[in-house]
Ligand binder design. Structure first.
Ligand SMILES: [Zn+2]
Length: 514
């Protein structure tokens, strides 16, 4: 697999379950919070669903003339059953609650396969019970990608969805579509675009043109989603960049309110991507806003390479360039490449004029890069985390720009923020389980560090030797990069008096003898 190419999306399906006898003007749907322990989209609100399995195609689905659709109906129904215990098969109305529970147990313990289980009880699906409402493809910026079929279905009157023990879901509830959407508008939940689109569409009622409204956006017909609003007023706009594999994109953020826009990290050097970003900015401008500033989280080329192109565009579009703001150390390193007009100091607040009021507090958080800044919105708990925490790939600490001691201190500064709700990293999807994710980063670094120290105490002396012993889970191609990370750990251990540098490239342990 070529690591510079985005992943190929895998087939998946989800069910938007409607409550029996719900109010058609504001229907109730079943939505669930994904477990905060999950590495991918942990803490997000979603509909029950998941990835296609081979045996999904072996299940009888009547009134469907397309084998692919039939298999995806079967997949969606299986996932719904596994995650919330609701069985949409025809014939299942005669099953008792106990029988359904035992079937679920058979399926989850793999005593019975999905097709066998259905045939044992003479059950089948009918395509008329499943209304297709779109196929959405995960944008190419994520560590996992799905081509997800969404189906609308009515929950059978006698069944009550309940998150099962083995589920990836943490909790679920019936909620009126309008209330669910309002929760997102109040920044209380994080969700992916197809879920928000479904809630918004259903909030308009179960009208005759419901399916048309679902399919009215091109993204519901597999067109790539570019503008991702995980959180209201924060557009994540991934642009293709020559970044560190496996990531292929860098997130540019457009933070906007009724009057102003802040652009954070327009990082693509590619013209087609710069044009796509400029189009998105233009859409916001044409609604009466101005670009107040372009802000940089840090110095790396995949975060700054599109600044000048965007400003050239703004000069043509609105008659003036936007001021560029960054930390002083970032500005110094970018001299002759990007002119920085304003320095941002630690703790300084960037305020957007207009509605709603958006205040972003700058946090000086070096470690990945010397002038690294994060931006924290105290009201909603959103944190632009730059490359300190990312939704895809790992964070490289490469000395001398990178510093492990500072990096860990920065992670702890981020961890100490009182009401974090979502992290917007430089790469990959938003992170809706911020505290769990930061803890995971800290733990991972400290474990690596302990291993490195133990290896030095056993006699390994150079970063190369240490990598060979410690990074056994990393492909040899990545060893050069791993050596930089080991060096960063060794520098930190030296500061702490635990190792001593004995030559350009060698270290030995001091202190505790073993
Ligand atoms: Zn970076």
């Amino acid at each position: 697999m070529d690591p510079s190419k985005p992943l190929v999306p895998k087939d998946a399906a989800a069910i938007i379950l409607l409550r029996p006898d719900t109010d058609p003007t504001n229907p109730e749907v079943f939505w669930a919070k994904r477990s905060t322990k999950l590495a991918f989209l942990g803490g997000f609100y979603a509909f029950p669903g998941g990835q296609r399995e081979t045996s999904d195609a072996e299940v009888p689905v009547r009134n469907s003339d397309d084998p692919d659709t039939a298999a995806m109906i079967s997949c969606a129904a299986r996932e719904l059953f596994e995650e919330v215990g609701v069985l949409l098969a025809r014939g299942s109305q005669t099953l008792t609650i106990g029988q359904r529970a035992s079937l679920l147990d058979d399926l989850e313990s793999k005593r019975l396969g999905w097709p066998e289980l259905l045939s044992l009880y003479g059950l089948h699906f009918d395509a008329n019970d499943f209304t297709f409402v779109g196929r959405w493809v995960t944008p190419p910026f994520a560590p996992r990608r799905f081509d997800t079929w969404f189906f609308l279905a009515n929950c059978p009157a006698k069944q009550q969805p309940k998150v099962t023990e083995d589920s990836e879901l943490e909790s679920g509830e019936w909620i009126r579509a309008r209330d669910a959407y309002a929760k997102w508008e109040r920044s209380e939940v994080v969700a992916v675009p197809p879920v928000l689109h479904a809630l918004k569409t259903l909030a308009g009622g179960l009208t005759d043109d419901l399916v048309e409204r679902f399919l009215s956006v091109p993204q519901a017909r597999r067109e790539p989603t570019r503008r991702i609003e995980f959180h209201p007023n924060y557009i994540c706009f991934p642009v293709r960049t020559p970044t560190k594999p496996p990531a292929t994109h860098t997130n540019c953020y457009l933070i906007y309110n009724s009057r102003e826009i802040l652009v954070i990290d327009p990082g693509s050097p590619y013209e087609d991507e710069q044009i796509a970003l400029a189009d998105c900015v233009d859409d916001l401008i044409s609604e009466g806003r101005i670009v107040r500033e372009i802000i940089l989280t840090h110095v790396h080329p995949d975060h700054v390479a599109g600044v000048n192109a965007l400003n050239d565009h703004l000069e043509r579009r609105q008659g003036s360039r936007a001021a560029v703001a960054a930390h002083r150390l970032t500005a110094e390193s970018l001299k002759n490449q990007v002119a920085v007009d304003r320095y941002i100091e630690d703790d300084e607040v960037q305020e957007l004029h207009g509605e709603p009021a958006i205040r972003l507090r700058a946090l000086y958080t070096p470690g990945h890069a010397r002038g690294h800044l994060c931006f924290y919105a105290e009201r909603t708990g959103a944190l632009i985390s730059g490359d300190n925490i990312v939704g895809f790939g790992s964070v490289l600490i490469d000395p001398p720009e990178g510093n492990m001691h500072e990096y860990l201190a920065s992670l702890r500064t981020m961890r100490a923020l009182p009401n974090l709700s979502v992290l917007f990293g430089g790469h990959g999807p938003a992170i809706a389980n911020p505290y769990e994710k930061i803890d995971e980063y800290i733990t991972h670094r400290l474990q690596r560090e302990n291993l490195i120290l133990a290896t030095v105490r056993e006699g390994a002396s150079s970063p190369k030797e240490i990598v060979a012993r410690v990074y056994t889970d990393v492909s040899p191609k990545a060893h050069a990069m791993a050596e930089r990370a080991v060096l960063a750990h060794l520098e930190k251990l030296e500061d702490e008096g635990l190792v001593l540098q004995t030559s350009d490239d060698t270290y030995r342990a001091i202190g505790a003898e073993i």
